[in-house]
Design a protein around this ligand. Structure first.
Ligand SMILES: [Zn+2]
Length: 493
């Protein structure tokens, strides 16, 4: 095994050792007991074929001498448990004089015995053996890493990763599970939440907040008082049906993200946060990140000491040195930004700039002065307009001299021209000005016969006499036309 051993260990080879001389390994990385079904299958297979793969043991109490008494199982716990059950059942059911059909029935387990195996090495070997056979629960990995680190405090993340054949990133994330509170731990261990959920929850240092994130972020639909939220609180004693229901009702990961963005202020000085955010870790090598301005993507529920969205504008352009360096710690994914808080800055607060240039200022002043003049004139007119008409009448009736020019101006150029056109060749002069004006008044205001008759009398025109004369003229014109027509007919015969 290409594991870096702390000490030189000595392999004494394979021996047959009775199961009752073997104790479980205190640091066994797989904490979850095997399921009854899988143990049944193993017992059946060992009854048929025996133990094919030896287990690994070391002398208890770190003995250097070849042991003959007690051993500690480094790995192979399930096989020892299976042999124990097979042998116990055989003794209970065997008939007198019957010999055990195999070593396993006699309770003997083939075991590789290794001397001088340190705790750290034993844990490492157990870990890898378990990991090779089956996926371990991430929490088991986390606990094993914690134990390894306790046994050898000099181990770095990289060192642990090398030993356990894991990526450094995975070791880092597993180490963070130590922050998980009891409720989140049990939800995770029962596979109610996924590794992704657990990774996010482990970024929250406060255990009470972690639990709120679990209940509100992962089971949003439940509400704090629903029966399922209650079963979440009592995970340790939850029935398999409750657990299934919880697994089915877990919200998508993005709702947990949203909850965290809305409710959690990320701490840029937290080592875990820096590990997840290399840009920040890089910055932390030259700058005290605690002094960075902290900003929110939200304008609501913003924690004190964090600038809300309205208080700053983001400076774009990667090379820009304008403004201040800041970090988004609330309301959205963490990121480094530059911000401008200078409300007099025209580049980032243009909406606050009402007068931008001297020319704009002058133009605005001109508009304002013009509007003021209009308001003043309007006010003056509304004070005098009631008295202007009588004054105008007085002046016009005493001073105005009737002339062709005045009539033209009063009636208007167009109306004058139309009126004279209908009058067939009459010219407007000072002498007939009064008559033309009278015509205009007649034409515009008199429409019915009686109205026209009244108006016509005013200018000395007898409408009745004119009508009689007109009818007579039309009659005689009609007679002449008939006579003419008759002669034309006679002549044709
Ligand atoms: Zn600016």
């Amino acid at each position: 095994m290409a594991v870096i051993m702390e000490r030189q260990s000595v392999n004494l080879g394979i021996r047959m050792i009775p199961f009752n001389k073997m104790q479980p390994f205190a640091l066994n990385p797989r904490r979850q007991p095997p399921t009854p079904t899988s143990l049944d299958e193993l017992v059946a297979s060992i009854a048929d074929l025996g133990v094919l793969q030896p287990v690994l043991v070391r002398p208890q109490a770190g003995s250097h001498e070849p042991p003959d008494d007690a051993y500690e199982i480094v790995y192979g716990h399930r096989r020892v448990a299976a042999v124990e059950r097979l042998a116990t059942e055989w003794i209970r059911t065997r008939k007198d004089g019957q010999h055990p059909p195999s070593d396993a029935h006699r309770g003997m387990v083939p075991a590789a015995v290794v001397l001088d195996l340190s705790d750290a090495d034993a844990l490492t070997m157990a870990f890898i053996e378990n990991a090779q056979r089956e996926d371990m629960h991430p929490l088991d990995e986390s606990d094993a890493i914690r134990d390894l680190k306790r046994l050898d405090p000099t181990l770095t993340v990289r060192g642990i990763a090398d030993r356990l054949k894991l990526s450094a990133r995975r070791v880092q994330r597993r180490m963070r599970y130590e922050r998980l509170g009891p409720l989140v731990r049990s939800a995770f261990l029962a596979n109610v939440i996924t590794t992704d959920h657990a990774d996010d929850l482990a970024m929250i240092t406060d255990v009470a907040l972690q639990e709120r994130a679990l209940i509100e972020g992962c089971f949003q639909a439940l509400g704090a008082t629903s029966p399922r939220a209650a079963s979440l609180k009592k995970l340790a004693t939850a029935s398999p049906e409750d657990l299934d229901a919880l697994r089915l009702s877990v919200a998508p990961l993005r709702s947990l993200h949203q909850w965290i963005h809305d409710n959690i202020r990320q701490d840029p000085t937290d080592g875990a946060v820096q590990e997840e955010f290399p840009e920040l870790a890089q910055l932390a090598t030259t700058t005290d990140v605690a002094t960075l301005l902290q900003v929110s993507d939200h304008s609501w529920k913003v924690p004190t000491g964090v600038l809300q969205r309205e208080e700053y504008r983001e400076v774009t352009g990667k090379k820009s040195t304008h403004g201040e360096a800041a970090i988004v710690v609330h309301g959205g994914p963490m990121r480094l930004v530059r911000i401008c808080r200078d409300r007099a800055c025209r580049a980032h607060w243009p909406d606050l700039m009402t007068r931008q240039t001297p020319a704009d200022t002058a133009r605005a002043a001109r508009f304002e002065a013009q509007a003021a003049r209009q308001r003043k004139a309007q006010a003056a007119w509304s004070r005098t307009r009631r008295s202007v008409w009588p004054a105008l009448v007085t002046h016009a009736t005493t001073h105005a001299k009737l002339s062709g020019d005045l009539v033209r101006r009063v009636i208007g150029e167009y109306a004058t021209r139309e009126l004279l056109r209908r009058a067939k060749g009459v010219k407007l002069t000072d002498a007939n000005a009064a008559g033309v004006l009278a015509l205009h008044v007649l034409e515009r205001s008199r429409r019915t016969r009686s109205e026209l008759s009244t108006a016509a009398r005013l200018v000395g025109f007898d409408l009745g006499k004119w009508e009689r004369d007109e009818r007579a003229r039309q009659k005689s014109a009609s007679k002449k036309a008939t006579a003419k027509s008759g002669r034309a007919k006679g002549g044709a015969k």
